[in-house]
Design a protein around this ligand. Structure first.
Ligand code: CA
Length: 337
């Protein structure tokens, strides 16, 4: 019995390990490696399954791949390693009042899921961000890394204040990646990760900062080494998006062991008149033999209703064959007086 128990524990452990190891990434081209054309002019539309989150603004997000030698942006030269593989994308946002700022950039990247998420199921999302290792003079970091899951490829129609309002409307469904402080350390990929429960209509997701109407919700920090006038904008590289289903660990509790009594008293007094097995599993076969080995009772689905009908008092042998437990053979004393 002990050995069986230990083997069962090992089997459960192996099974759990295998299941956990097999969780597939539900984000198509999550590491941005797969491209349609080598992005000589950086453009997210060259990354398979990716697009800008703003319809009609397909040139807003830069896409970098080693095949093009990581074409730099903003006229600067910087060398940047991908977090995973050889490709990543970069997206910027301007900070400050949208109406008065000279920098109206609102950049969002939209990715596609391999399959729409299942309602009520828990998922884990992670990706990496990184201020480029050699940016233009003075940049600001922020903590606003958000993800909006949606059912259609373009959640946003154009880049204007109306869009920001629409973002605000969908804001309750936007997930904010937990970040302890604005990210300003350049050249170091930071992993962002959260778990959430799907509502069931998530087939695409859009990454960006949706919080511009509520700047009090955004923490900013001027990056180290910034010189001159601080450019009121942020720019981050993104890579290695992984979305996996979280395995349901709630395995059903083991069924309680059947308790097989060795005596019963079918004398018609209404007490203990039937041979009752506590925790009797359904579909249990019962055979009763007398002392000479003759079968005196048999059923393929015992329901605790054997009362020893027509049999004299004495000792009998009960043979129980369970569906999922080892068979059991034991003596049962039928007491008549
Ligand atoms: Ca990559």
């Amino acid at each position: 019995m002990k050995k069986r128990f230990i083997i069962a524990i090992i089997q459960i452990f192996l099974l759990t390990t295998v299941v956990r190891g097999q969780q597939e990434n539900l984000i198509l081209n999550g590491s941005l490696e797969d491209y349609i054309n080598c992005p000589l002019a950086p453009n997210i539309t060259e990354a398979r399954f990716w697009s800008t989150g703003l319809e009609g603004n397909d040139d807003e997000i830069e896409y970098f791949h080693a095949c093009a030698g990581y074409v730099p942006v903003f006229g600067t030269t910087w060398i940047q390693s991908a977090k995973a593989g050889e490709a990543f994308f970069g997206a910027g946002n301007s900070i400050g009042n949208f109406d008065t700022s000279a920098y109206h950039e609102r950049e969002f990247a939209t990715g596609k899921l391999k399959e729409c998420l299942k309602m009520g199921v828990r998922y884990k999302l992670s990706f990496f961000v990184n201020p480029p290792s050699n940016q233009v003079s003075a940049w600001v970091g922020y903590d606003c890394f958000e993800v909006y899951f949606h059912s259609n490829p373009y959640p946003l129609s154009s880049q204007n204040l109306g869009i920001i309002r629409r973002f605000n409307e969908v804001a309750p469904r936007v997930l904010k990646m937990p970040v302890d402080a604005p990210i300003v350390q350049r050249g170091v990929w930071r992993k962002l990760e959260l778990e959430f429960t799907a509502t069931g209509d998530e087939c695409y997701f859009t990454v960006g900062c949706f919080n511009w109407l509520r700047p009090e919700n955004i923490d900013t920090l001027v990056g180290p080494g910034a010189t001159g006038n601080v450019f009121p904008a942020v720019y981050y590289l993104y890579d290695d998006f992984v979305l996996t289903e979280i395995p349901d660990d709630t395995t059903p509790p083991p069924a309680p062991e059947p308790v097989v009594p060795n005596v019963f008293t079918p004398n018609g007094d209404g007490s203990n008149d039937f041979w009752v097995i506590k925790n009797l599993p359904p579909g249990t076969t019962l055979a009763i033999y007398n002392r000479w080995g003759q079968q005196v009772y048999f059923t393929e689905n015992y329901t605790n209703d054997w009362g020893g009908e027509g049999l004299p008092g004495g000792t009998y042998i009960a043979e129980l064959i369970f569906r999922d437990l080892p068979p059991k053979r034991q003596a049962v004393y039928l007491k008549r007086e």
